[in-house]
Design a protein around this ligand. Structure first.
Ligand code: AMP
Length: 191
């Protein structure tokens, strides 16, 4: 299974990604988590990524693409993977196409979580308190949403044209959303 989960910041992608990955026995690969791990370890990648993350901007494609390529090459991703937070730009879509084609496989599905804008801001402000993320201040939240709308939302149409989009209502209880996702993905042929 080669899956992508998409949706605006705060839609609950990370939470759902873990359940989906467990269900299908594949790793959930979150570019945001990998960047944050690098930031906290003070690696050169972390130092480079941090200034973009703190401003709510995207880390440059070359940096992000290389990081994902290396992660996908790891043995645990051989049977498949779920990408959370990647691709986020058209250039990343093309890069991912190349990576997957190289392995002789294909993308199976793209899950899009749809949520209410006001709900998102509330969730992110709440998360800021619980997790203390530096990129969860109100200004940065707003900027991240703008960047999502400008650069990432258009990718939905790209994948829709390929017949891969499964839109799932992301509102409500976490477990309800998980069940909706499983229902949407249940009929997929395994690849
Ligand atoms: P996330 O946890 O997915 O919201 O990601 C947190 C931050 O990491 C984003 O606001 C970006 O600065 C950076 N980031 C994560 N994924 C990507 C990506 N695919 N392309 C560029 N920047 C990314």
């Amino acid at each position: 299974m080669r899956l992508i989960i998409m949706g605006p910041p705060g839609a609950g992608k990370g939470t759902q990604a873990k359940f989906i990955a467990e269900h299908f026995g594949i790793p959930a690969i979150s570019t945001g988590d990998i960047f944050r791990a690098n930031v906290s370890q003070g690696t050169p990648l972390g130092v480079e990524a941090q200034r973009y993350m703190d401003a709510g901007e995207y880390v440059p494609d070359e940096v992000t693409n290389l990081m994902v390529r290396n992660r996908i090459d790891e043995p645990d991703a051989e049977p498949g993977f779920l990408l959370d937070g990647y691709p986020r730009t058209l250039a990343q879509v093309e890069e991912l196409d190349g990576m997957i084609k190289f392995t002789g496989h294909a993308l199976d599905a793209v899950v899009v979580l749809t949520v209410d804008q006001d709900e998102i801001v509330q969730r992110l402000l709440q998360r800021a308190q619980v997790e203390g993320r530096a990129d969860d201040t109100e200004d940065v939240i707003r900027r991240r949403q703008e960047v999502y709308t400008d650069q990432t939302a258009p990718l939905i149409e790209v994948y829709r044209d390929r017949g891969l989009i499964h839109e799932v209502d992301g509102m409500g209880e976490v477990s309800e959303v998980t069940q909706r996702i499983f229902a949407a993905l249940d009929d997929l042929p395994q690849s």
